[in-house]
Structures are given as C-alpha cells and as structure tokens.
Ligand binder design. Sequence first.
Ligand SMILES: [Zn+2]
Length: 252
Amino acid sequence: MSDLLIVPRWPKPWNVNALITTRQGGVSATPYDSLNLALHVGDAEESVLQNRKLMADAIGEDLDFQWLSQVHGNKVLTLDQGLVAESIEADAIYTRENNIACGVLTADCLSVFFCDEAGEEIAVAHAGWSGLATGVLERTLDNFQAEPGTLLAYLAPVIGPCHFEVGEEVRDAFLDIDNDEISDQDSILFLESETPGKWMADLYAIAKIILASRGVKNIYGDPLCTYCEFDQFYSFRRDGDTGRFASLIWKE
Ligand SMILES: [Zn+2]
C-alpha cells in the first residue's frame, strides 16, 4: 500500500474495510501539505478535490465517499439511501449500505471505527473532547442493532497526553458526565501540567472507558500522537493553520 494510506490492524470481518490517510502524497501547498482532504480549512478547493481523487485512486475500489460538516457535536447521520450532501452537520456516520466509504476528517481529534462481528453494520465517529463529553460515541452505539458486546471498535491516532494540554473546563466536562470510571481515574486521565491550572488529557484512554462502560469489549487501536508524528499526520495544536487527514470505513 502507498504512503498515503495506513491500514488499521484489528480483527474486523472480511467485508469491512477501514483506512486512515496520512498527510503524504498530495498536491496541497504549505501549510496544507500535502494530502489535505478538508474543504473548510482555507486550502484551494481544486487541490482538495485532486487530493480526494489521489486518495480514491490509491484505494482502488469503486466507492462513493460520504463526508460531513463536522461541528464537534453528537449527531449521527444514518445513511440508508445513498449519499447525502457533505454540508449535513453531524459528527458520525452509521450505515448498513455497501460500497459507501464513510469518512471523518481530523487533525488531533479522535476518530473511532465501529462494526459488528457479522460485518452488517458500520460506523465512524469524530470525537474531539467536546464530542466525547457530549456523547457522540454513545449516540453512535445507539444505532447498532447488534449487542455492544459483539461490536468491534478501533481508535485512530489522536493527540496524546504528551501534548493535549487542557483547562479546567475540559476536565470538568468529563467529570460531569457521571461515569464512575472516569472519576476514579481522574488523576491518570488528567495529569497535572507544568502550566499551573492545566492538565494533560488522555482522550484515547477516556474514549476506551466510555466504550467499555457501554458494553463494548473488543476495543483496538494504535495510540500514535498526531502532534508527535509530524511526518504522518496533521495537528491543529502543533500547526494551527493546517490540513485534515481522513478515517474511512466501508463494507462490501
Ligand atoms: Zn505528542
């Protein structure tokens, strides 16, 4: 596979495919270099559309691509009659349809893939701290007909506790969601930062706790930090004005 694409390692059914794009192999100029897939970040539209074509060519399957207008909320788009407008505001996509690649775009936020063990249902969620704290993973799980214990989830690269410094309001938002496990592990999930009054937050660990508390047992992932891995990923915290990479899932 080309350097544009990373294949997550998780024991998903044969007919479910997931990919994570890197920032490599595209045509966008600095600061969006080079495989920026987001139209909303100030990059030239023709570059983004060409990058999307390069990505589709690298995948090499006959797929439609569903993107969203992500708003850091908890709304889930259910696709049951083909593609809908990219301007739809939502932060997760659920479908049972074949050959529609459901994508979310991130630069530090977490994205999570879901499927059932039979490969009939799939979803992807965009989960930054605000989406995580307001239940985007739980709302996504609500769509599944399969029992949570039979689902598989995969957590994509996200800004790590090495770099995700947050204020009191972020920590409070998670302590307010009334999850005993998060309260119990508060001192691990939010390590005191060198900056007074700030914490280093572990979104990856928080997401695992939220999923487990909803009965998801099969949780996989590769906790790469998007900020640390500057060759591979965009990072909003690191670069500010920058591109977005994609997490894509589809079934055949
Ligand atoms: Zn880091």
